[in-house]
Ligand binder design. Structure first.
Ligand code: NAD
Length: 358
């Protein structure tokens, strides 16, 4: 790794959004990236193309963000100008089954990262201190559930309903406090549901694509009328770059794609796209949709008002949901080895306490 260029730490860079952020920065800038990732079940190093992974501008540090000594050594070695913090336990259903890992990584891990970032920041020259930034990536789920009207703004009160969103809310508060109390230059972004290439197979869209290809039932929670606001992951990576480069210290920015859809509509649209791109011998795949018992505490509706980011920093989501979903389905059809190797790792069986496949 070259020591002469600007270096950015990306935590959680082997995950879905983190890998998109790394691909984006390597493609569009000349900064060097250190990917700090514990490589949990949710990670995939195959999400970073080989050419990028072998670049002199990229290094992987297989490190737990709860490990203060390891983080301290990384800060001392690479002297980053910025940190984009994405490492987290991110799957709501898992947080209901086993919240401990969410508390450990999302709260204690963020605390540890803040402490080590602060130690690093205080040792910088005044000029370096002025340009340093820590961008904490969070979720709209911290704001709870909306009624049929309106959208979350940066002023919406926090009202998290799941162990996942509660742990993310706690991490947001820690970041805010480290900025206010210690003057560590931090920014926070809260985004809506992401979708796109390289998303882990347990999340809604890839889960449904993979099940539909296997002609298995497509489980939709409750009545399928819960609404999510979808953001294409590459639009999100661009938004994070914009916020890091131009956002005001201490501010929060909402990131959303203005693409509200019911879960049922998403699954029906996926079935239609798959039927067109790879017709089934057994007829329309929408016949596979089956309604299952709702998730406890399932938020009814999320919608993000991204006006502040659009007006202040000039960012705009460019991907329309129908074209983004079409691209995503094509990607999963063309990249079976990526998701099949994850499936073969037995991650699902391990979660359910079943024997992993050989
Ligand atoms: P992901 O689960 O795909 O990836 C998380 C990554 O973090 C994995 O590579 C994992 O190995 C790593 N990680 C987990 N615990 C770690 C630890 N203790 N130390 C170091 N690395 C660790 O998650 P994602 O979907 O890419 O989400 C990234 C961030 O964006 C998260 O903070 C999440 O809360 C937030 N977010 C995600 C969405 C979404 O739709 N995916 C929406 C809003 C906010």
């Amino acid at each position: 790794m070259s020591q002469n260029r600007s270096t950015i730490f990306v935590t959680g860079g082997a995950g879905f959004i983190g890998s998109a952020v790394i691909r984006h920065f390597l493609d569009t800038t000349d900064v060097a990236i250190v990917n700090i990732d514990k490589l949990t079940y949710a990670s995939s190093l195959d999400s970073i193309p080989q050419a990028a992974a072998q670049s002199a501008r990229y290094a992987l540090a297989t490190t737990d963000i709860c490990d203060a000594a390891a983080l301290q050594a990384l800060f001392a070695r690479y002297r980053p100008q910025a940190v984009i913090h994405l490492a987290a336990e991110s799957h709501v259903d898992r947080s209901i089954d086993g919240p401990q890992a969410f508390i450990t990584t999302n709260i204690n891990g963020t605390f540890t990262l803040l402490q080590e970032a602060l130690r690093h920041w205080r040792a910088l020259t005044p000029a370096e201190r002025r340009s340093f930034r820590l961008l904490h990536v969070s979720t709209d789920e911290v704001f709870g559930s909306l009624g049929p009207e309106g959208a979350f703004t940066e002023q919406s009160p926090y009202a998290p309903n799941s162990p996942y969103s509660a742990s993310k809310a706690a991490s947001d508060h820690l970041v805010r406090a480290w900025c206010e109390t210690y003057e560590l230059p931090c920014l926070i972004s809260n985004c809506s549901n992401n979708y796109g290439p390289y998303q882990f197979p347990e999340k809604l869209i890839p889960h449904m694509i993979i099940k539909a290809l296997a002609e298995e039932p497509l489980p939709v929670y409750g009545d399928g009328q819960n609404i999510r606001d979808w953001l294409y992951v590459e639009d999100h990576a661009r938004a994070l770059h914009t916020i890091l480069a131009h956002g005001r210290i201490g501010e929060t920015y909402n990131v959303g794609g203005r693409n509200e859809r019911t879960n049922l509509n998403v699954v029906e649209t996926l079935c239609g796209l798959l039927d067109r791109q790879q017709p089934s011998d057994h007829g329309a795949r929408s016949r596979l949709i089956s309604f299952v018992t709702d998730r406890p505490g399932h938020d009814r509706r999320y919608a993000i008002d991204a006006t502040k980011l659009e007006r202040e920093l000039g960012w705009r989501a460019t991907e329309n949901f129908d074209s983004g979903l079409d691209k995503t389905v094509r990607w999963y059809l063309a990249n079976r080895p990526w998701w099949q190797s994850i499936q073969n790792s037995g991650y699902e069986a391990k979660r359910l306490g079943l024997a992993a496949p050989d």
